[in-house]
Write a protein that binds this ligand. Structure first.
Ligand code: PLP
Length: 405
């Protein structure tokens, strides 16, 4: 715990009060707080190296290019990609999935083809596929979720017919924390020839991700959910697939040469990075990756699992609290409801106590419907949280019950 305090100390935003209370931040699934080193790296870039990348011969441009490309190397290393060109910088997981949907899926799909997703997806892994279905005549099918929040693998196997062209699923559910067996899901998908997409938005800040081992075709990453800045993320794609794909957006940096008669594309990954990218964001994300590596995923996961067990204990000891989805393989997300109380009211009372949780449908409306709910409360845990934070949550919930229950 002492070490956790040292970790928490490197997050300046955690050291503030809300009203008279210490901030207890339990909303890291929405976005993680940023360590000082990430903030410093962004400031340093703008103070010393600010220049556009890949095209300047001057010193600042070379420094900025080197820092940006170094971040790509760090991410490729973190995720065990076989080559760094497989990492494309995008705005976030949402943009990564839209890129796959439009640049990979759309030209390849037609009537009769099936895109298979799961009932626990974030809207970012539903709507891009719905758009592609409308554009191509393909159809969307959905693997159901069991009562404990795990994926119904038997249903998955029976839905996995030869018509399935794409399987896209969350590595970790943002709403209930289920960790899906993505390696097995991808292996089964490959047996019917389907292309696999993993939405890793909730994974890379919390658990070791080895893309070569998972052997997926695409993997979407959200920088701001892994201690990096907002507005930056990555798409991993297998090199051969990225090479086969046409660009998604046109503009600067994604071309080799342009004439009015013919334009030729730059190499992967630049082919997919049209326009001036979020240079400071990428650099900040690279520093976040170093920070994660310094702590180590073993330590992060172990700490979060301990907190998860303790948090469930705290909540279940309160009369009137129901936990929603608690699968055997769960990340540090605790979804819960208070009988007879609207989650938004719980969230407001907790905020008065300095406790930040998320309430609502968590951009996972179909999953809420699956559990017969309009909304839940969600406490999401991170390496900088402590048991004390969960005690504060418990006290706040009891107070909410006293006032509203
Ligand atoms: N997928 C999941 C599972 C998420 O939790 C989120 C964000 O909450 C997203 C995708 C979207 O990520 P981003 O904010 O990077 O676009």
């Amino acid at each position: 715990m002492k070490h956790t305090q040292i970790i928490a100390d490197s997050f300046p935003a955690l050291h503030q009060t809300i009203g008279d209370n210490r901030l207890v931040y339990l909303d890291s699934a929405a976005t993680t707080q940023k360590p000082q080193c990430v903030i410093d790296a962004i400031v340093a870039y703008y103070e010393h190296d600010n220049a556009n990348i890949h095209r300047g011969v001057h010193t600042l441009s070379q420094r900025a290019t080197q820092a940006y490309e170094n971040a790509r190397l760090q991410i490729a290393n973190l995720l065990h990609c076989s080559r760094h060109e497989e990492v494309i910088f995008v705005r976030g997981a949402t943009e990564a999935i839209n890129l796959i949907a439009q640049a990979y899926a759309r030209p390849r799909l037609g009537e009769g083809d099936v895109i298979l997703i799961t009932e626990m997806e974030h809207h970012s892994n539903i709507v891009p596929w719905q758009l592609v279905c409308e554009q191509t005549g393909a159809s969307l099918e959905v693997v159901p979720v069991c009562d404990d929040g795990s994926l119904d693998m038997e249903a998955y196997k029976s839905l996995l017919t030869k018509d399935v062209v794409i399987v896209s699923m969350a590595h970790v559910s943002n709403a209930i924390g289920t960790i899906n067996p993505v390696k097995e899901i991808c292996k089964l998908a490959r047996e019917v020839g389907a292309t696999t997409v993993v939405d890793g938005a909730q994974a890379t800040g919390h658990l070791r991700v080895d893309i070569s081992d998972i052997d997926c075709d695409f993997y979407a990453i959200s920088g701001h959910k892994m201690f990096g800045p907002t507005g930056i993320g990555c798409l991993f794609g297998k090199y051969e697939l990225l090479q086969e794909m046409e660009p998604w957006q046109g503009g600067g940096d994604m071309i080799l040469s342009v004439s009015f008669e013919e334009t030729t594309w730059n190499d992967v990954p630049f082919k997919f990075e049209a326009g001036t990218p979020n240079i400071a964001g990428a650099i900040g994300l690279g520093v976040a990756v170093s920070w994660i590596q310094e702590i180590g995923y073993d330590k992060i996961s172990k700490h979060e699992q301990e907190l998860l067990a303790y948090g469930r204990e705290v909540l279940l000891a309160i009369d009137g609290v129901d936990i929603v989805g608690a699968s055997k393989h769960n990340a540090g997300v605790i979804a819960f409801t208070l009988r007879g109380v609207h989650p938004h009211d719980v969230g407001t009372i907790l905020d008065h106590a300095g406790v930040a949780i998320r309430t609502g449908n968590h951009c996972a409306e179909p999953l809420m419907k699956r559990f017969g709910l309009a909304a839940t409360c969600r406490a999401s845990l991170c390496i900088y949280n402590t048991r004390k934070d969960l005690d504060c949550l418990g006290v706040g919930i009891k107070e909410a019950m006293r006032i509203l229950g």
